[in-house]
Ligand binder design. Structure first.
Ligand code: CUK
Ligand code: CUA
Ligand code: CA
Length: 610
């Protein structure tokens, strides 16, 4: 946004005057050091909270520590990531899953934690892929995506929410409307659906039709309603026609009523999912008129209200979460997008155009008092989401708020035409908000949620429990399984590959099964194979299988990519690729002796001539 130059000058003059005459340089520094101390986590100490940031067009989830803002982990979800050996090779089941559900990238927006009794229980985190209509579940004992589903009958999976208080469903809004009949039979009207997904089986149980671009989602704290903002009630197909009405809507889906309709066999089944049409099944959908092209919708922690942000209106609309009546529509500033909460009855709304967070008192706004605005703080710049610790649960902490800003402009060293995004940590424990610290991130966090570290302490696993298919130390083998195929069963232990060499022929289909037999946390070994397009990273106890085609004849040194010991650099081995029709005998990796065909402990060789 543009600052008013006069105000800016005035503010800096005042600051200078105060700085010189009353506070002095030392005092100014001390305000800085107080802020610094609030986010300083000394080496060896841990952050109090996990922060989960969507990775936007990075297709992943970023995990930070709060209050330090330190990046602890990136969880790859919808895109291949070489560093974690994630989804790189065709034969990686995770890559197959991505390819079969919509492709090798995603646009993640809203991380949502599982709840028990309205409090985050640390089991799962869900994340949407707007671009390809997908929903992923991350299990937090491993910080790993364990389920990815394609949502049928919708496009643009945008707003998601878990149904409070016990995660009965994960709700996903299809933002981009589709022809009602699922076909391109113009002029069929367009529509979209809200999907209700079972959190355990990840099956879509039912969908409810809603017209007009359903955007952001939340649910009432008692599990009765799923709320969505609808910004294109006009059902326009271009921008100009999407901004005709002064009021669009918040859609409230009555979940028990929808469940009863599904149980009664109502709804047309398409792609295996019953779709309820509110025009035919009455009583499942209420449209609450709110101004104008609304964006965020957020339920208050006490469950009394749900608050819709106007986006093109300087107001938020406060809706009674039980009666669905509008109780107030206070002005908050320009471009309100999202709202979060503290534990003292205050709401914090992001103002995209004003580049501010505005703090306002909910009861005062509902009562129509003049002084409902408590404070404003400038952010840098053009804030999208904001989230306070626990502000999206029934137990807000009321201490830190994260501003997720779309632009960083002058905040960091310039790195070319493209600058990083900017996150800012704000202290909300007092009456006035205090800016504490900022940190840049890769593109592009949309939303965040926080989890107390102590919740995950008993949950997070130290090592993988080796599966039944694991390769056991001492039972490694190289097996020629057919004329054109070889199976290598390998183990990893500091700092050696067993076997540390194997021979194949050009064009052989090589199936490589590797188990990391380490039992110590974080003792990861990698397997990088030059010129074959993949790397693996195996945490302790993990088993991975990859199948690939052996390349041109030559010696390929595979090596460990994760520094693991003083002999890490020596953790290497050879894949020897013989010419296709080679009559040269291959070598037994046990004895080093030349044998016909490939060495097959316990299994007959198929012979070199084949
Ligand atoms: S949307 Cu990005 S700023 Cu996807 Cu939550 Cu509001
Ligand atoms: Cu194993 Cu480095
Ligand atoms: Ca509109």
């Amino acid at each position: 946004m543009k600052r008013h130059p006069v105000l800016l000058v005035a503010a800096s003059v005042i600051a200078t005057v105060i700085g010189v005459q009353t506070l002095g340089c030392g005092a100014a520094r001390s305000a800085r050091s107080i802020a610094a101390e609030q986010v300083y986590v000394p080496p060896g100490e841990l952050d109090k909270y996990y922060g989960f940031l969507s990775g936007g067009q990075s297709g992943s989830v970023f995990v930070i520590g709060v209050p330090s803002g330190r990046l602890i982990r990136e969880i790859p979800v919808f895109e291949p990531r070489a560093a974690y050996g994630y989804a790189l090779l065709e034969s990686d089941p995770r890559r197959q899953l991505l390819e079969s559900t919509g492709g090798l990238w995603g646009d993640t927006h809203h991380p949502m934690l599982s709840e028990k009794g309205g409090i985050f229980d640390g089991r799962y985190l869900w994340i949407n892929d707007l671009a390809n209509g997908r929903l992923a579940r991350i299990r937090l004992d491993r910080f790993e995506a364990d389920r990815i589903i394609k949502l049928p009958n919708l496009q643009g999976a945008h707003g998601i929410a878990v149904v409070s208080p016990d995660t009965k469903y994960v709700v996903v809004n299809g933002e981009f409307e589709q022809p009602t009949d699922g076909m391109v039979t113009n002029p069929a009207p367009y529509t979209s659906v809200v999907a209700f997904v079972d959190p355990e089986s990840m099956e879509v149980k039912f969908e409810v039709r809603v017209n007009g671009n359903i955007d952001i989602a939340d649910t009432s704290k008692d599990g009765r309603y799923a709320f969505s903002t609808v910004y294109n009630l006009e059902q326009g197909k271009d921008m100009g026609s999407m901004i005709q009405y002064d009021r669009d809507a918040v859609a409230a889906i009555d979940i028990p009523a929808a469940e009863a309709a599904v149980a009664a066999g109502k709804g047309e089944v398409r792609n295996g999912v019953p779709i309820l049409d509110p025009a035919e099944v009455t009583g499942i959908l209420t449209l609450i008129p709110v101004p104008k092209n609304p964006h965020g919708v957020n339920a208050t922690p006490d469950g009394r209200y749900v608050i819709a942000s106007g986006k093109l209106s300087p107001t938020v609309t406060i809706i009674d979460a039980h009666t669905l009546q509008i109780v107030a529509e206070p002005e908050v500033g320009l471009g309100p997008l999202h709202t979060t909460f503290d534990n003292r009855g205050n709401a914090y709304t992001s103002l995209f155009l004003d580049s501010q967070v505005v703090k306002w008192n909910i009861d005062k706004a509902v009562a129509g008092a003049d002084d409902y605005i408590v404070d404003r703080i400038n952010v840098h710049y053009n804030i999208g989401h904001l989230q306070a610790v626990g502000g999206d649960s029934m137990k807000p902490a009321g201490n830190y708020l994260l501003a997720l800003n779309k632009l960083s402009k002058d905040q960091y060293l310039p790195v070319g035409p493209d600058l990083p995004e900017n996150q800012e940590i704000i202290d909300i424990s007092g009456e006035k908000m205090k800016m504490l610290a900022a940190f840049p991130t890769p593109p592009e966090p949309h939303d965040a949620t926080f989890l107390e570290a102590s919740v995950l302490e008993p949950i997070v696993q130290q090592v993988y429990t080796p599966g039944e298919d694991a390769v056991v130390a001492g039972q490694e083998s190289v097996v020629r399984t057919g004329p054109g195929s070889v199976q290598v069963n390998m183990t990893l232990l500091r700092s050696a590959y067993t076997p540390d060499s194997f021979e194949v022929r050009e064009g052989d289909e090589v199936t490589l099964k590797i188990t990391n037999v380490e039992t110590i946390r974080d003792m990861i070994h990698g397997f990088a194979l030059p010129d074959h397009g993949f790397n693996m990273a195996l945490p302790p106890g993990d088993t991975q299988v990859r199948t690939f085609k052996a390349g041109k004849p030559g010696v390929y040194w595979f090596y460990c990519t994760n520094f693991c010991s003083a002999l890490h650099l020596e953790m290497r081995g050879r894949m020897v690729v013989q010419p296709k029709d080679s009559v040269i005998t291959l070598t037994d990796w046990h004895s080093g002796a030349n044998v016909a065909g490939q060495v097959v402990p316990g299994v007959p060789s198929t012979g070199a001539s084949q």
